[in-house]
Design a protein around this ligand. Structure first.
Ligand code: PEP
Length: 255
């Protein structure tokens, strides 16, 4: 009943020209794909151009981050309204690179998630444990903390549309992905926590997607679990054939 979501996080890659070329090629390659929500998240500089390039296609656009205020003296920040007006419908929030390198906290993730929802953006809220936390058997506790704090104060009525990305930090950009069993356990746990917070109906509608070294070769196994509703893809989303192959593998008929 949940439509799989495949989102490409381009991180700090692609100039505007490169981004437009990618978007035009991708929309052509995936034009007949049905049953999968396809999103690309370019750098802010290319957001508007990519949104233009995929207009009237089955490819959506997301920002990689946002700030929670509508406007003001916040040098370097971009507001939810600006992102929406640029043509995006999604925003990644709390990516582990932002948490680790730029001081993002559960509290800022919460403010950003609420601001995204208020602006009509679909937040893709990232959670996930570090290797040390996994080795100390703290994974499920970390997920609970990040979900509780990150989604605090969001009414159940607004929660059904959001997506949670389970991204074990040790799997991001490392080539080492979670095993399907590890992903299945974490995703079932995230869904159970969403159920506690928002009720069974909302939890059944939220997408919980996996991120961490997803490639065309491993995506099928990772998506096989009932609670894995798609993927947040970094490195393999930078190349049209590999991103398109991941999209194809997520088609309901392909699973
Ligand atoms: C990411 O950036 O969210 C990610 C999962 O990266 P990669 O696929 O490269 O591990």
């Amino acid at each position: 009943m949940r439509r799989p979501l495949i989102a490409g996080n381009w991180k700090m890659f692609k100039t505007v020209r490169e981004a437009i070329g990618f978007a035009e090629e991708l929309r052509n390659v995936v034009k007949d794909v049905a049953g999968v929500e396809i999103v690309v998240a370019p750098p802010f500089t290319a957001l508007h151009a990519v949104a233009d390039a995929v207009r009237n296609s089955n490819v959506g656009v997301g920002a990689q981050d946002l700030y929670w205020e509508a406007e003001g003296a916040f040098t370097g920040e971009v507001s939810p309204g600006m992102i929406k007006e640029a043509g995006a419908d999604y925003a990644i929030v709390g990516h582990s690179e932002r948490r680790r390198l730029f001081g993002e906290t559960d509290a800022s993730v919460n403010r950003k998630t609420r601001a995204a929802i208020a602006a009509g953006l679909t937040p893709i809220v990232c959670v996930g444990e570090t290797l040390e936390e996994r080795e100390r058997a703290e994974t499920l506790g970390v997920l609970d903390r990040q979900i509780d704090a990150g989604l605090e104060g969001i009414p159940a009525g607004q929660a059904a549309g959001l997506a949670v990305a389970y991204e074990p930090v040790w799997a991001i950009g490392t080539g080492r992905h979670a095993t399907p069993a590890q992903a299945a356990e974490a995703h079932a746990h995230v869904r159970a926590r969403l159920r506690q917070r928002f009720g069974a109906d909302v939890a059944a509608r939220c997408r919980v997607i996996y991120g961490g070294s997803v490639k065309p070769e491993n995506v099928r196994d990772l998506l096989a679990s009932a609670d894995v509703d798609g993927a947040l893809v970094g490195g393999a989303s930078l190349d049209v054939p590999s991103f398109a192959a991941i999209v194809m593998a997520a088609r309901p008929a392909a699973l």
